[in-house]
Design a protein. Structure first.
Length: 335
């Protein structure tokens, strides 16, 4: 009885402490279901592109995990294994040097899926080879990989190393004609890649890019902030560590721009508030940087406006493709 009483007393004390500072863990998806969806999506890539492209799923190594719970454990410090999709046009002339595009997906805990199918088809039709890395934190690879998320951190290195892997694997790809394209979170990764590795990219496109994580935490819900404050992620709020959130924000690194860059955003974006992109544009201008940008007025579709199957979306993507072609010179550039 005494033992049971002590246990109850201890539980009561813990409950009081939790009531003062309750731990928050963001809800996780059904990882088994996501594995099945990922396998189905992998199959769809082959079905839809089999006639026009060589589609593959590859694995390469990147930087070790950011968090090492036991740095002396067996295997601690090993490089993280990253998977990526590769697409190469079947009608590509491999006797000549050809351009490469890097296409990181968007979303916090998302993955590269057939939502991007029409964009991949359009790029393959112009003669681009593509690598789309499933950087740390992507879904469809289990709980352990999900918890490797490092938003604006080592995920940038994952994507960069994927580009390097592709160049090493295929000697017909031209290291002087590499571009990177991303929307939303993928836009942040595109920006951080050219800020951190300016000599490795010939150009970049950032569509509706997440640009300022401090500002973002201010207008998002606590449920969203929980994704960043999770113990396996940043582990702190922006209030508790402003500098860490700034370090992961493109706006902080604007003065490093040395790569041709095009930015698109829209005033009615329901995900990445235009204030983030406006702050990035202002920072680039203040640093005296040359770049191109366009702010659409209430574009139908909001955050996804130029990834849709609408006339405006297709016209906007043509603008992106013409920009890329100036620097990457694909075999079949857009009109």
């Amino acid at each position: 009885m005494r033992s049971a009483g002590r246990c109850l007393l201890a539980l009561f004390a813990v409950s009081l402490l939790w009531g003062q500072n309750p731990p928050r863990l963001p809800p996780e998806p059904d990882h088994n279901a996501n594995r099945i969806l990922k396998a189905l999506d992998d199959l769809m890539w082959h079905i839809r592109l089999d006639e026009t492209a060589y589609v593959d799923k590859v694995r390469y190594t990147s930087a070790p995990p950011r968090h090492q719970p036991n740095p002396t454990a067996q295997g601690a410090g090993n490089p993280l294994i990253i998977q990526a999709y590769t697409f190469i046009p079947k009608n590509l002339d491999r006797s000549k040097k050809q351009p490469l595009l890097v296409l990181p997906h968007g979303g916090v805990h998302s993955n590269f899926n057939t939502f991007y199918l029409h964009i991949v088809q359009e790029l393959l039709g112009q003669g681009y080879s593509i690598i789309a890395p499933e950087y740390r934190g992507s879904t469809g690879y289990g709980a352990r990989f999900y918890r490797q998320i490092d938003y604006g951190g080592l995920e940038v290195e994952d994507v960069y190393r994927g580009m390097k892997w592709m160049l090493a694997e295929y000697d017909f790809l031209d290291p002087e004609r590499v571009g990177i394209v991303g929307w939303s979170h993928g836009g942040l990764i595109a920006l951080m890649n050219i800020f951190q590795h300016p000599g490795d990219y010939a150009c970049a496109y950032a569509g509706v890019p997440v640009s300022d994580l401090v500002a973002r935490m201010g207008y998002k819900s606590q449920r969203y902030r929980d994704l960043y404050e999770a113990p396996y992620h940043i582990g702190k709020s922006a209030e508790a560590d402003v500098q860490e959130y700034l370090r992961r924000s493109p706006v902080t690194h604007a003065a490093k721009l040395a790569t041709p860059l095009l930015i698109h955003t829209t005033t009615n974006d329901e995900d990445v508030n235009i204030l983030e992109v406006q702050r990035l544009i202002a920072a680039l201008k203040a640093a005296g940087k040359q770049f191109e940008y366009k702010i659409y007025k209430d574009a139908p579709g909001g955050h996804a406006f130029n990834r849709l199957d609408t006339k405006l979306a297709r016209e906007s993507r043509r603008e992106v493709y013409r920009f890329l072609a100036r620097y990457l010179k694909p075999e079949r550039p857009p009109e």
